[in-house]
Ligand binder design. Structure first.
Ligand code: SF4
Length: 694
């Protein structure tokens, strides 16, 4: 008789924000294969090699299968009771001695909405602090900030199907065919069908080969490019005057500002030829419907949030928002970046981005949870690390995030983790971060849990377990609610679905969300009480007081780092198709056989000048650290720039990233790092590069 896991389960991919629906096939408690769900609204029967094949990590021998408690120089296995009691006791002690704000928590954009909701409730209600954040801080927090300012809501204005209706699209700072492959394939197919595609990226990404035009700006100059596009749109008479008058406010200041950025000026700043900038502006403005797509190449900059506001300006000027084919689509990084923030796992907002200082909202949560709640903003992730080093923050509870590998300024992060009196990590594997933990809790992967993810289209989709967590590992939801009870705050949730009922009760945009209504197609928030969802936003009004979209007059400013004599190259970091983020899951699958290391892309001209040979090791040095990595020569990158990913902990790319961050959201500037590259010499001082010597 087969048990309940000898079956086929429809679930949602746990890697990127496209949100492909998957059929997971399990036998004898193991995933044997995964196939695409034919009716998946985002993937329509397709997946990439991560969603389809990278599942063997679930039964890796390295999975955490029992709680671990630090003892002596290492860890020893412990029972759940012992681990939970120890955490409750330490959190209780620290709270009594230093107050609740001496403790901070990180929710995970890999986890479900219900996990993240429970985590922020634990920090706010059981601990008593707003020190809760999630890893969207280091990727798309600038998008959230900017879209709320320009339009009112933090989410894409449409969905991936808008690509099918668009006559043109500009893809800015997003290597979609590697980072979001199924969305990338949809863009590629649309381009093959005749959609005019413009790509804007310092590297000649794959999509550029399918586009009408590729613009390669100097890293850190996106703002100038957006202002230049706006200049040409205004100069050549493409501003939609009726739309401006009826639906927007603030264009006058923008009109004055963009006059300062004619194409020749922008060419001087960005390196993009003036005629190419003009052509791109015409492609966008002349199209009946055109969409704007962006990724971390826009957000992970010192002025990333301002660039997103400038992108929104383009749509407002031309009235290209709020109808099929004219969408603004931020490609969210991890599977639930959208949802973890929607759920209030942020230091300043409850669900639906409502301020913790909003008396009416805070009161509603107080009544429901039965505890007083703080009206003060908590700490953002970088502020948490600063506070730990400064001695004000004493304990952290980090789940599903390897901050010692993925966050910038690794030395500072490690210093912060070492400075804590007590660190709890909840994960599926030991990571760079768990090395500093006092207690490690074994958790569950997306193939082992129930709940929902919200994809980059604001689509809430069901997650179903195909297998059970290994050994004594438990679901994140179970662990968080159990710990909350041990801390004296019983959430009263039996299942994740109970949490979703509470979310719906307390969150107007989730009012009509039920698991039954989500079904196989998902629901795109806002979801009205009767279950009607919202595939397209802003058809009639923006979600701002007065209902008008807001322009932002923001000039170009130089990035936080710049090349100089000592550090003459600019490093841009990003992703590869085969691996995901810190590689914690994909490195434990056969994808490792496809790609087993990071490497540094460098233009042949730079390589020749520096004596760097293809395939040889180089030392890369920034103002804050250095790494050793293999160099590979490619003309897909412009001279003066180098590129690498950050999937392999042995390389530790983020040692190179400094403290520069987005001015509004503290999102790190991963995309502009001044570096020096030199061949690695042998003991006699001779470069280990025979080719370079010639
Ligand atoms: Fe998963 Fe993203 Fe690949 Fe789809 S495109 S299968 S969501 S990693």
């Amino acid at each position: 008789m087969p048990d309940r896991f000898d079956t086929d389960v429809t679930t949602t991919c746990g890697y990127c924000g496209v949100g492909c629906r998957l059929e997971a096939h399990a036998r004898d408690g193991r995933i044997v294969s995964i196939s695409p769900a034919l009716d998946g609204p985002a993937n329509r029967g397709h997946t990439c090699l991560k969603g389809r094949f990278a599942h063997q990590f679930t039964r890796s021998r390295e999975r955490l299968t029992a709680p671990l408690i630090r003892e002596g120089g290492g860890f020893r296995p412990a029972t759940w009771e012992e681990a939970i009691t120890r955490i409750a006791s330490e959190f209780g002690r620290i709270k009594a001695q230093h107050g609740p704000d001496a403790i901070a928590g990180l929710a995970s954009s890999r986890a479900t909405n219900e996990d993240c909701y429970a985590m922020q409730r634990l920090m706010r209600a059981a601990i008593g602090t707003n020190n809760i954040d999630n890893c969207s801080r280091v990727c798309h927090s600038p998008t959230s900030f900017a879209m709320r300012r320009a339009f009112g809501l933090s989410g894409a204005t449409g969905g991936f199907s808008d690509i099918d209706f668009a006559d043109a699209a500009i893809v800015i700072g997003a290597n979609a065919t590697e980072g979001h492959p199924v969305a990338g394939a949809r863009i590629k197919q649309a381009a093959l069908r005749g959609m005019k595609l413009v790509t804007v990226d310092p590297r000649r990404i794959e999509l550029a080969d399918y586009g009408a035009l590729h613009l390669s700006p100097r890293p850190g100059t996106n703002a100038a490019v957006m202002l230049g596009l706006a200049n040409v749109i205004a100069r050549d008479g493409f501003v939609d005057g009726d739309y401006l008058a009826e639906r927007t406010e603030g264009f006058e200041a923008v009109e004055e500002l963009i006059a300062l950025y004619p194409p020749d000026v922008v060419e001087g700043i960005s390196g993009i030829p003036a005629r190419d900038l003009e052509a791109a502006a015409h492609i966008y403005a002349e199209a009946d419907d055109a969409s704007l797509v962006w990724g971390l190449g826009v957000t992970e900059h010192r002025y990333g949030s301002e660039v997103v506001q400038l992108i929104c300006n383009l749509a407002l000027m031309t009235g290209k928002v709020g109808r099929p084919g004219s969408a603004l689509l931020p490609l969210r990084g991890q599977n639930n970046v959208q949802g973890s923030s929607d759920m209030g796992a942020l230091p300043d907002t409850y669900t639906q981005y409502r301020s913790v200082a909003d008396e009416e909202v805070a009161r509603a949560f107080e009544v429901r949870w039965g505890v007083p709640l703080s009206r003060e903003n908590g700490l953002k992730i970088p502020e948490m690390f600063d506070a730990a080093v400064g001695g004000e923050l004493k304990a952290m509870y980090i789940f599903g995030e390897d901050v010692a590998q993925t966050d910038p300024d690794t030395k500072h992060v490690v210093h912060a983790l070492k400075s804590l009196e007590f660190l709890v990590c909840q994960d599926i594997f030991e990571t760079e971060t768990t090395k500093y933990a006092d207690v490690i809790l074994p958790a569950s992967s997306f193939l082992e849990k129930t709940g929902t993810f919200t994809n980059a289209e604001r689509r809430i989709q069901l997650v179903r377990p195909a297998i059970e967590p290994p050994g004594a590992a438990r679901t994140d939801f179970d662990i968080i609610t159990t710990l909350s009870r041990a801390l004296g705050h019983d959430m009263g949730f039996e299942t994740p679905e109970d949490a979703m009922r509470e979310i719906a009760d307390l969150t107007p945009h989730f009012a009509g969300v039920t698991y039954e209504r989500i079904g196989r197609r998902g629901l795109q928030w806002p979801v009205a009480q009767d279950g009607t969802d919202s595939p397209i936003l802003y058809g009639e009004r923006f979600h701002l007081p007065g209902g008008r979209g807001r322009f932002a007059a923001l000039p170009y400013k130089e990035p936080g780092d710049a090349a100089d004599e000592e550090f003459p190259l600019i490093l841009v970091t990003g992703r590869r198709l085969q691996h995901y983020n810190a590689g914690t899951m994909t490195r434990r699958t056969a994808n490792l056989q496809l790609l087993d290391s990071d490497w540094l892309e460098i233009h042949p001209d730079d390589a020749r000048r520096l004596g760097v040979a293809d395939g040889a090791p180089v030392k890369v040095r920034s103002r804050v650290g250095h790494i050793q990595i293999e160099a590979r020569l490619t003309e897909r990158i412009e001279p003066g720039h180098v590129f690498t990913a950050f999937h392999f902990p042995e390389i530790r790319t983020n040692l190179l990233v400094g403290a520069s961050a987005d001015v509004n959201t503290s999102c790190p500037e991963y995309k502009v790092i001044a570096v020096a590259v030199q061949p690695v010499a042998d003991r006699a001082g001779v470069p280990t590069l025979t080719a370079a010597a010639g």
